[in-house]
Design a protein around this ligand. Structure first.
Ligand code: HEM
Length: 592
């Protein structure tokens, strides 16, 4: 019996090895036909074998001499894309190359010309089959392709009007004012990212979903909010717990999670169930409102759920509903996800970068004073203040943070498996990409490409620190300020494909303007009245080992740089997971 199973095992291993070799040969010939350079990988970064065995294999592969693995191993570490930056392209010797494995062919690019073609060519889709991760409540705009995603986009796009932006600007100034008060409390830095997430979730919920008031934010920021009715978690708690445990919820059925001995698993199951209920309630409430609604006085769609729910109801002329209930719920959820995580993380990066660069912070505050003067925040408006702010150091800081901290380090594209090859052109040479090719536009590498974005020549920092490869040492908002030429008072307008934090083309970020308006208003309100500074260990109340010299600001900055490099992690989006001790203080009281 034992020898029978050993024989079966050997047979299986030989058959699998033969399949791998045959597939690799076939994929290599597809790759060669493109005329593009390629790197051979033992397996596909997207395949189940690698995803399942990675925890065991990775330490073994990492122990091999670097010269054996340097070219291909970084390509298997999907979540390290941001950390690796431009390096994999430097090693591969080109800005566009293929990774060939038995599992398939993947195109990697950080070449602006190629990225622009991939974004513009409407024959290219998105690899929806690889993104089903986002469809936990139903199909979503981000994880579908072709006619289906176009339908969701058509339904929801009217929400992102100038009228909405006016509301978002004013609402963010109000909410940001409350955040500023909470951030001035001692030790608030321990919760910096969570507090930023509370603000952005509130903005999303208040304006996209019409489901919250400013008073709700005040309670959430103080931690005084309680679950309502029969709910076991508040809405914010359900969203944050679900995001903390996203992979667990995606991979393990709820039934198993609920009966798991692990408290975290049971919390994850509760968060999933609770959020599902909140989304259903939102849908139910909108249905009731729409059924009673008197004809609208204005054409302004009030919320994303309203647009989706409307499309989920039969039309007045009797024609059937355009969306199924799961499509309505799935899309309400994805706007919550896409619209708050990214902004919360970007705002956190901006705050920490400004703490590391006090001179830049003061230059930005000088622009805030010039533009806003003594106008009280409740009189700031989108029409008067948004453009001047975005054309000043405020816009420059936001753009530079988006450049260096690409919350979505990779944007996937896809050559449909059933159509003909789709060609890209590089320096006049045509390269046909075969059907079923996944293409990764690498935003992190693009934004650190030495030709598009030469490294800063540090004006503020002349120490060897400035030469470190950390993204933070390259932070240079001044590069965005136009001092000469036609756009004298505006910001640099980078060539297409070189600055792509929101992607470009027909699948570009639907919430780009929303995101920028929210970031602009929150940065303005936080930094008009307060400044942020790094804390030394002494100021933080930390202890020194005996005999150690007192901590310095420079040492605190070194630690912050490390936190903004080693302490940055990508899961659902890029975020800083290591605490950086900072303090917000009323502007007049800040010295340094
Ligand atoms: C700093 C903030 C943000 C960044 C950097 C960002 C970035 C992106 C990127 C790169 C994509 C394309 C993803 C892909 O092709 O796979 C995208 C798509 C999307 N974003 Fe954003 N986003 C931000 C904020 C927002 C906000 C505030 C909203 C909504 C209120 C939003 C809604 C969406 C939606 C609905 C899509 C899917 C569009 C489609 O697939 O057709 N995003 N975003």
């Amino acid at each position: 019996m034992a020898s029978l199973s050993a024989n079966a095992l050997v047979f299986f291993a030989v058959a699998w090895a033969a399949w791998c070799l045959a597939s690799l040969r076939a994929n290599l010939s597809r790759a060669r036909a493109t005329g593009l350079p390629y790197v051979i990988l033992p397996c596909s970064v997207l395949g189940a074998p690698w995803l399942l065995t990675q925890p065991v294999l990775l330490p073994l592969l990492a122990a091999l001499p670097e010269s054996w693995t340097a070219k291909w191993l970084p390509l298997l570490l999907f979540n390290d894309g941001w950390h690796n930056g431009y390096e994999p392209f430097q090693r591969a010797g080109g800005d566009t190359f293929l990774a060939v494995s038995p599992g398939g062919v993947i195109l990697y690019t950080c070449h602006a010309e190629v990225s622009s073609q991939l974004f513009r060519d409407t024959r290219l889709g998105k690899p929806a089959h690889l993104m089903s991760l986002l469809n936990i409540f139903g199909p979503t705009i981000t994880s579908t392709d072709g006619a289906e995603s176009r339908l969701y986009r058509r339904i929801t796009a009217p929400f992102f009007s100038e009228a909405t932006m006016r509301d978002v600007f004013v609402g963010t100034v109000q909410g940001g004012g409350q955040l500023a008060q909470v951030l001035r409390q001692p030790a608030a830095h321990h919760h910096l990212r969570d507090l930023a997430a509370k603000l952005s979730l509130h903005i999303l919920n208040r304006f996209c979903n019409q489901a919250e008031t400013l008073e709700d934010l005040a309670m959430t920021l103080r931690g005084d909010d309680k679950p309502q009715g029969t709910h076991r978690m508040t809405y914010a708690e359900a969203v944050f717990t679900l995001l903390e445990n996203y992979m667990t919820i995606f991979l393990i059925p709820s039934k198993l999670l609920r009966s798991s001995p692990s408290h975290t698993h049971r919390q994850a199951a509760t968060a999933y169930a609770e959020l599902g209920r909140y989304l259903q309630e939102m849908k139910g409430q909108k249905e009731a409102e729409l059924q009673q609604k008197v004809p609208a006085l204005s054409n302004k769609p009030e919320s994303i759920p309203e647009l989706l729910v409307q499309s989920g109801l039969p039309a007045k002329d009797g024609s059937p509903a355009v969306l199924r209930p799961d499509q309505v719920i799935g899309n309400i959820w994805v706007f919550v996800l896409a619209g708050h995580e990214t902004n919360a993380n970007t705002l956190t990066f901006i705050i920490l970068l400004l703490a590391c660069y006090p001179v830049t912070q003061r230059a930005m505050q000088a622009d805030l004073d010039r533009i806003l003067g003594d106008t009280p925040p409740d009189q700031w408006t989108y029409d008067t203040h948004y453009n001047p702010l975005m054309n000043s150091f405020v816009g420059a800081v936001i753009n530079e943070a988006l450049r260096l901290f690409t919350v979505l380090p990779v944007i996937p594209k896809y050559v449909p498996p059933t159509g003909p090859p789709i060609s890209i052109t590089i320096d006049g040479h045509v390269h046909p990409l075969p059907p079923d090719t996944v293409a990764f536009v690498n935003t992190s590498a693009t934004h650190r490409h030495p030709q598009y974005w030469p490294r800063r020549e540090s004006s503020e920092d002349t120490t060897p620190r400035a030469k470190r490869p950390f993204a933070v040492s390259d932070f240079n908002p001044e590069r965005w300020i136009q001092k000469t030429g036609v756009a004298k008072h505006g910001l640099l307008s980078p060539p297409p494909g070189t600055f792509i934090p929101f992607s470009e083309g027909s699948r570009g970020c639907l919430g780009e303007r929303f995101a920028l308006v929210e970031l602009c208003a929150s940065v303005a309100v936080l930094f008009k009245s307060s400044s942020v500074r790094l804390l030394t260990r002494g100021e933080e109340g930390g202890e020194y080992p005996e005999g150690e010299l007192a901590d310095t600001w420079e040492a605190a900055r070194d630690r912050a740089e490390l936190a903004l490099s080693e302490g940055v992690k990508f899961d659902m989006s890029l975020r800083v997971v290591r605490n950086v001790p900072v303090r917000f203080e009323a502007r007049d009281s800040v010295s340094r």
